[in-house]
Design a protein around this ligand. Structure first.
Ligand SMILES: *[C@@H]1O[C@H](CO)[C@@H](O)[C@H](O)[C@H]1NC(C)=O
Ligand SMILES: *[C@@H]1O[C@H](CO)[C@@H](O)[C@H](O)[C@H]1NC(C)=O
Ligand SMILES: *[C@@H]1O[C@H](CO)[C@@H](O)[C@H](O)[C@H]1NC(C)=O
Ligand SMILES: *[C@@H]1O[C@H](CO)[C@@H](O)[C@H](O)[C@H]1NC(C)=O
Ligand SMILES: *[C@@H]1O[C@H](CO)[C@@H](O)[C@H](O)[C@H]1NC(C)=O
Ligand SMILES: *[C@@H]1O[C@H](CO)[C@@H](O)[C@H](O)[C@H]1NC(C)=O
Ligand SMILES: *[C@@H]1O[C@H](CO)[C@@H](O)[C@H](O)[C@H]1NC(C)=O
Ligand SMILES: *[C@@H]1O[C@H](CO)[C@@H](O)[C@H](O)[C@H]1NC(C)=O
Ligand SMILES: *[C@@H]1O[C@H](CO)[C@@H](O)[C@H](O)[C@H]1NC(C)=O
Length: 680
């Protein structure tokens, strides 16, 4: 025994390794295979530094989540619409008593005093501060600092860590651990803040001049192929004017990234195109220092104005609740993919999601992103907001990013939260993306010139969080020149320069992370059977490499097959609505805008109106939409023309039935209403 030990140490020294003697009854729990190029490994973290440790416990019943959700969302279920309370959701998903007890005992034996350990509201986490030395001893690991070349932020991480064998099954992951999440604010970011000033970072929200006359008269639909007015939207989807406003049926809209509305723009729009009174504005719901409006036309937000101008004419006199998320400093950091990762938003809607709710706020750690109170001057000085707003029945989010950019555990945990809120009756609608089968090309994305994946930059790149199977992903359609609102619409495609700076087409494709959900299985199978896109494909789901990117897995697999899209992933979008040539005012100017940013609030507005009718009939809100949509595709207008180009291909084609361009199609309000009123 002794000899062996000595030999072990000598070898280690000879090989120049930082050997840690791992006890026999311990095993590696997480290990990083590869460091993404944006990160640089620096020095060891000083041993006295405090680390905010979080132990993510394995939750029970996650595998049952889908079944739970289908029981309340599948129209053929006898329990359709019988949504859960938040307490029921917490109880159903909390880790087992055995897990809680064994992990707590291990921590205490490992030198973490019981009174330092707190347990989150959702029972899913243990949280405590530990010095680096304590954490290294507990996990048989070494912490280094890693610098992110994109934001300049630095965070601690290890390459692997070890747990006793009997504990492995109780723990999903530990942070700080192997994951590298770009911090949202570092001193460097704060210093560069002043440079950030203008409109939305995405070109498709910039205004374009109207060539031709636009008729504001609601009876005149002759110019809907030039500019989409509220009258055109109402005619396309047969939406009658709203009359009632149930007090519990406000439409929720999410904004971040410096999107402040300008009331004068709303007023100009209301005056010219609607009967809505000047001064009408959203119900404010500010989160962690978010701000609603601006008085300066220069700062008018193209995204928020667009969202409000599409949703108001559909839902008014119902109200709109505007969730403005994160303080100015966090929002202004547009180079960071994670500054609008939706977690602080979800924290505010569901306190049990807020992992820091029981956390001692003293000693905030500069490594953690979106930390509140914000240590930066001028940032939000209040506590992180947890469970402060009851979510509206429907929430429209015209935001997203590349699925391949977001750590798998981060996405999956968040996706589960959409499931949990779906169980409680909330519908989430996300824009499917504006770049067809690719994603935002440089300089809008961080993935080089094409927005596509793989060594040859030719692999399709779907948009998160629409890929999560528990939300509804919304694509975009267009009324092409010469056509009217009485003709079928087509999938949108505007080549770069006509009129937007980037190629614009309806985001669509197949997830590299989530498998095809049951509710969608027939629709996707039908698509491949009758309309095989004929591109080479691979069949894979990314493993949890723990790395910042999904990419390595998929790159390797696709590379060996030559495939350019995933044949076994969840398909997006689910549905579509108009998203081009939308008449808006922004910063005092009239013009045209577009994007799946536009189609999403249209579809969300329609769902809110359906909920309104259901509430007026003494029923509950619909909640998670997809199972009922896929069960009744005939209540949507099937789109069968056009495609979604990207990655040097014409993309997928819109065909009869579901397709990865426009999903099941656009709303037919009377048919949807009849159907949803027939459900319990
Ligand atoms: C919590 O914060 C208070 C000061 O605000 C401090 O005295 C106390 O030690 C902290 N507790 C822990 C467990 O860190
Ligand atoms: C822990 O992480 C897993 C994913 O690895 C996620 O599904 C789960 O929701 C997380 N637990 C909590 C309490 O957030
Ligand atoms: C609205 O919701 C609240 C709280 O859930 C409830 O007490 C109230 O009765 C609802 N109002 C109506 C008109 O249904
Ligand atoms: C409403 O606001 C618009 C834009 O500022 C303005 O042109 C119009 O005169 C206003 N109408 C009323 C009735 O105040
Ligand atoms: C909106 O109304 C104003 C005055 O009421 C008018 O000057 C302007 O041309 C109108 N804009 C459009 C796009 O019709
Ligand atoms: C974002 O990154 C680009 C390229 O690295 C840089 O030119 C720009 O100044 C950065 N913007 C901010 C707000 O830091
Ligand atoms: C638009 O797509 C074409 C290929 O379809 C590509 O050559 C071009 O570079 C793209 N333009 C922009 C601005 O992304
Ligand atoms: C994920 O891991 C499994 C089992 O190790 C392997 O068979 C599969 O090919 C991996 N998937 C990818 C995309 O690498
Ligand atoms: C079909 O879509 C193409 C663009 O892909 C468009 O040019 C054409 O006008 C559309 N046809 C109809 C009937 O809308």
């Amino acid at each position: 025994m002794t000899r062996l030990n000595v030999l072990f140490c000598l070898l280690a020294i000879l090989a120049g390794l930082d050997a840690i003697a791992i006890p026999l009854h311990h095993e590696v729990h997480e290990k990083r295979e590869r460091l993404a190029p944006r990160w640089t490994k620096l020095d060891r973290v000083e041993s006295h530094k405090l680390l905010p440790m979080r132990i993510n416990l394995t939750q029970t019943n996650i595998e049952n989540g889908y079944d739970h959700l289908m029981k309340v969302a599948d129209p053929s279920s006898p329990r359709f619409g019988q949504h859960w309370t938040s307490e029921e959701v917490i109880e159903a998903f909390r880790p087992s008593k055995q897990t809680e007890q064994e992990v707590r005992e291990w921590l205490i034996r490992g030198g973490i005093p019981a009174n330092r350990i707190s347990h989150s509201d959702n029972k899913g986490w243990f949280a405590f501060y530990a010095t680096t030395e304590e954490a290294e001893r507990l996990l048989y690991t070494e912490y280094f600092e890693y610098e992110d070349s994109v934001t300049g932020g630095v965070m601690p991480a290890c390459e692997e860590y070890h747990l006793p064998k009997h504990i492995l099954k109780h723990i999903d992951y530990i942070t700080p651990g192997i994951k590298l999440l770009a911090p949202s604010h570092s001193k460097k970011d704060a210093a560069s803040l002043r440079k950030v000033s203008s409109l939305s970072s995405r070109n498709t929200h910039d205004l374009h001049r109207v060539s031709g006359v636009v008729h504001t008269d609601p009876n005149d639909l002759s110019t809907c192929d030039i500019a989409i007015t509220p009258a055109c939207v109402a005619a396309l989807y047969k939406i009658p004017p709203a009359s009632s406003a149930h007090p519990n049926n406000s439409l929720g809209i999410f904004e971040s990234e410096l999107q402040f509305y300008y009331q004068k723009d709303l007023d100009s729009f209301f005056t010219n195109f609607t009967k809505i009174k000047n001064g009408t504005h959203p119900v404010p719901a500010n989160i962690d220092g978010g701000q609603q409006a601006t008085d300066d036309p220069f700062y008018a937000g193209g995204e928020v104005n667009l969202d409000l101008m599409l949703a108001y004419p559909i839902v008014h006199p119902q109200t709109i609740t505007l969730y403005q998320v994160d303080d100015y400093i966090v929002q202004a950091n547009q180079n960071d993919t994670y500054t609008f990762g939706f977690n602080t938003f979800l924290d505010a809607l569901d306190g049990s999601y807020c992992t820091f709710s029981a956390y001692n706020e003293t000693g905030n750690d500069p490594y953690l992103d979106q930390e509140y109170p914000d240590p930066n001057t001028g940032g939000w000085q209040g506590q992180l907001m947890c469970g402060v707003y009851k979510p509206t029945n429907v929430i429209s989010l015209s935001y997203g990013g590349q699925e391949s950019d977001v750590p798998i555990s981060y996405q999956k945990r968040q996706c589960l939260e959409y499931l949990k809120l779906g169980l409680q009756g909330v519908s989430f609608l996300f824009a499917s993306g504006d770049s067809g089968v690719s994603n935002y090309p440089a300089p809008y994305g961080i993935d080089g010139p094409t927005g596509c994946l793989g060594p040859n930059l030719d692999i399709f790149n779907p948009t998160w969080p629409g890929t999560c199977p528990f939300v509804t992903s919304v694509g975009a359609t267009k009324v092409y020149p010469g056509y009217t609102v009485n003709d079928p619409e087509s999938a949108v495609y505007d080549p770069a320069g006509f009129p937007y700076a980037v190629n614009f087409s309806s985001g669509g494709g197949f997830s590299n992370l989530y498998s095809i959900p049951e509710y969608q299985a027939d629709a996707v199978a039908n698509y491949f059977k009758k309309h095989d896109p004929k591109y080479p494909y691979y069949s894979a789901l990314a493993n949890d490499t723990g790395d910042i990117r999904l990419l390595p897995d998929i790159e390797a697999l696709a590379g060996s097959t030559g495939g350019i899209y995933n044949r076994i992933g969840r398909g997006i979008p689910d549905v579509a609505a108009n998203g081009d040539n939308i008449a808006v005012y922004n910063g005092g100017e009239f013009g045209l805008s577009g994007g799946t940013s536009a189609s999403t609030p249209i579809f969300a507005g329609v769902i809110n109106r359906l909920n309104e009718e259901r509430l007026n009939h003494g029923k509950g809100p619909i909640g998670f939409l997809n199972p009922s949509l896929y069960a009744n595709p005939s209540m949507l207008n099937d789109i069968t023309n056009g495609s979604n180009p990207g990655c040097n291909t014409i993309g997928f084609s819109a065909v009869p039935g579901w397709d990865p361009v426009t999903g099941l199609g656009t709303p037919n309000f009377p048919k949807m209403l009849e159907y949803y009123l027939s459900l319990p």
